[in-house]
Write a protein that binds this ligand. Sequence first.
Ligand SMILES: Cc1cc2nc3c(=O)[nH]c(=O)nc-3n(C[C@H](O)[C@H](O)[C@H](O)COP(=O)(O)OP(=O)(O)OC[C@H]3O[C@@H](n4cnc5c(N)ncnc54)[C@H](O)[C@@H]3O)c2cc1C
Length: 420
Amino acid sequence: MDDALIIVGAGHAGGRAALTLREEGYAGRLILIGDEPHLPYERPPLSKGVLQGTADLAGCSLFDNARLAELGIEHSANNLVSRLDPQHQRLQLADGQWLPYAGLLLATGGRARRLPWEAPNIVYLRTHDEALALRGALRPGTRLVIVGGGFIGLEVAASARSLGCEVTVLEAGPRLAGRVLPPVISAALLDLHRRQGVDVRLNVVLETINADAVLLVDGERLACDLVVVGIGMQPNLELAAAAGLDVGQGIRVDAYLRTSAPYVYAAGDVCEFRLGGLYQRQETWRNAEAQGRHAALNMLGRELPFEAIPGFWSDQFDWGVQTVGVMTPLMVSRPLPDGGLLLFYLDADRRLQGACGWAMGSRAAKDIKLCERLITAAIPLSEASLADPDLSLKHLLRGRYAPISGVPIPVGHANRAGPP
Ligand SMILES: Cc1cc2nc3c(=O)[nH]c(=O)nc-3n(C[C@H](O)[C@H](O)[C@H](O)COP(=O)(O)OP(=O)(O)OC[C@H]3O[C@@H](n4cnc5c(N)ncnc54)[C@H](O)[C@@H]3O)c2cc1C
């Protein structure tokens, strides 16, 4: 048996896994196969800096060719893995060639979910090449209709508006980014986009899209030059499903990111794992980063359960939203300067489970980091202290914790206001 470790999917999770394998001392053959023409890159700048012209592919890449050669990673670009044969520990490339593996990571990510209509002016945004093509079409005065008021749609709206385009956002639901954000942040996003001149419509039902317009069921016709569709993504799980691996909404893994097939792991957007007892996928930079690294460690025999705290961010105009942890029904709100907000989510014992920050630029980033530490600390917190904008979160951590060697150690439960 060839001792190669193979990674299918040269995206963020796949690229991070390859780097980790080498950094952790794996010296055997390492093959990274991807169907895109590029080295692994991060996608968040695609809807932001790449569209605005402030970021390029080199800046998004996880490593360059020199580093690839230095690390001895065999990168096979423009290559689609078409079949997986877990019984014989091998996979097949589109050209028919079979490759044996000792260990395999499936980091196949996802593709943009598509609308049922085809028209030359409909574009999707998942890859760097799609971002470049879209950027070329965004000029002052371009009439752009964006289908989908989720993160990608809203980020494209903000980027296009900053380039002088006329932008309309059509959202099927009653609020923006409603699947992942609390109503108060959806409302803030709506207000921001409308103030910036984006025509945002909610509860919209499309009739069809043709070459120069979007037609709504209420009879309205929105003339446009371009339609960007941002209605979510579909995980690339067909390879795993056809090979008989356990799949749900993604490729199912156990606590160690192992799929149901021996020596096969999964990570990133395509990976369905248990969080809080429920199977779910995370479509975030943070998850791709953490799981890519984690799967690599376990492929090297570490046997570490995956326990990372989830989180994501989005930047639109000069505002940013950032979350960490999970949202629970018990929410406490703290005002931030300039109309920003920090929301805390507590469990029944008043332990922090999650937080969501809305602020200018990256002003909420520090607070969100502190919230992550408070989540890990798992101490009861009073609602009054969380709501108090004059009480720094550092104080909450410090008041209860004596840092020893940089690791917070509980020193008791006395706090400023005490749990209610
Ligand atoms: C425009 C955009 C903006 C984003 N902004 C943010 C943000 O602000 N914050 C945030 O947290 N997250 C953001 N994300 C999400 C984040 O980028 C993804 O969660 C992350 O890229 C997932 O990484 P991945 O490696 O799992 O998948 P991907 O990056 O999709 O990589 C998977 C790769 O595998 C390839 N592949 C699939 N099947 C095969 C096969 N059979 N053979 C060979 N190759 C294959 C795919 O073509 C792809 O190159 C954004 C995503 C997009 C698209």
